[in-house]
Design a protein around this ligand. Structure first.
Ligand code: HEC
Length: 143
């Protein structure tokens, strides 16, 4: 058998291997295997609606519309962020000092000094109302 007879097969095999390699590479390079959840938006309280405005300004670029997550940051409407695991204080702290990457592989969250405390309080209310509407409730954190 001459190699020239096998050229089409070699071509196809090479193509497939390169394609697979590229797919694996792309998968690996995608940030932290971004998790984007689908969020049901309930009727929001006035406070939560005010919080949504600030959230959209300060947080949505990374945490996504309605806390659903993006390629830059995790979803906040997510069981990890239930009030038993991340109390409201975690939100104030996150905005004030930033967050060192620990739960995910998006990298660190930079501080958000433009977010004032009373705005964060409203953002927390907004996220909690979204969480509740999506079945995320207080669960005691087990170490
Ligand atoms: C530049 C992107 C970015 C922006 C803007 C951002 N975050 Fe984050 N945030 C992240 C990332 C990434 C993490 C996850 C870090 C980890 O645990 O790996 C995170 C984590 C958090 C956490 C979890 C903290 C903890 O203790 O684990 C809270 C709460 C949070 N963000 C709230 C906010 C709020 C509120 C805003 C807006 C005021 C905001 N973030 C804006 C990227 C961002």
């Amino acid at each position: 058998m001459k190699i020239s007879e096998n050229l089409p097969a070699i071509g196809v095999t090479t193509f497939l291997i390169l394609g697979l390699g590229l797919a694996i590479y792309r998968f690996d390079a995608s940030p932290a295997n971004a998790v984007i959840v689908s969020v049901r938006v309930p009727e929001l309280s006035t406070t939560a609606l005010a919080g949504k405005k600030k959230y959209d300004d300060y947080c949505a670029a990374c945490h996504g519309e309605n806390g659903a997550g993006t390629e830059q940051g995790p979803p906040l409407v997510y069981d990890t962020y239930n009030p038993g695991h991340h109390a409201d204080q975690a939100f104030f702290l996150a905005a004030k000092t930033g967050v060192k990457s620990h739960h995910w592989r998006f990298g660190n969250m930079p501080p958000q000094p433009q977010a004032k405390e009373r705005e964060i309080a409203k953002i927390v209310r907004y996220i909690r109302e979204l969480q509740t509407a999506n079945g995320i409730f207080f669960k005691k954190h087990q170490m």
